[in-house]
Design a protein around this ligand. Sequence first.
Ligand code: C5P
Length: 238
Amino acid sequence: MADNRLIVALDFHTLEDVKTLVEELGDSVSYYKVGMELFYSAGPQVITYLKEKNKNIFLDLKLHDIPNTVGEGLCSLMRLGADIVNVHASGGFTMMKTAAEKLHALAEKQGVPCPKIIAVTILTSINEEDWAGLGMECEIRHQVVRLAKLTKEAGLDGVVASPQEASAIREACGPDFMIVTPGARPAGAAINDQSRIATPASALTNGASHLVVGRPIRAAEDPKAEALAIIKEMESVK
Ligand code: C5P
């Protein structure tokens, strides 16, 4: 009944809140995203809990440091049990390649599946003014595609991107590249602070492989019914 392409964002500060939602959603959701606010306050016990519940985990900590540090950091996250981990593509080709090699080598040594490694290209919160302030002169959308290609060349599995960027990335990086898109909003749902949104079906049609959905499910009167409605919409796009 769950669809592995739906990843529900656990944007909470406590394990108790996590447990309440995960119990409520039951077997309708199999993939969860743990971000920095939850991991920094509740720590590895969140991962242990989700693993006990047989859930898959996208550990969204967006590592950005020198190659060796990021590689060792990812190895620690793999040992915890993450299924998807991520880095900032702006850390560069060498950082991404070294990190991916370290993680693959450890997974092989331990005889376990290697987590998928994806990269954040340009944060979707960056606007034209921020962009200019960084001294960047090219267009954001061109840089997003350039970084997605670099991510692929470095041996990573995919990127996090807005639904609006998905089709250009899909075209540039091919059918097997993961494109994980936040900002999915079912028709009629509150937009909150997201600006570049798409419905779940249109995000998939545009090339997304996975959707991260937070508030539309967490804030629903009946979160499980909302998750099932989103899955139903997703099932219409295979
Ligand atoms: O509540 P909502 O559906 O907007 O949650 C989306 C999730 O995806 C949040 O955890 C948010 O931090 C994350 N995210 C995002 N935009 C990005 C990267 C991550 O909304 N560019």
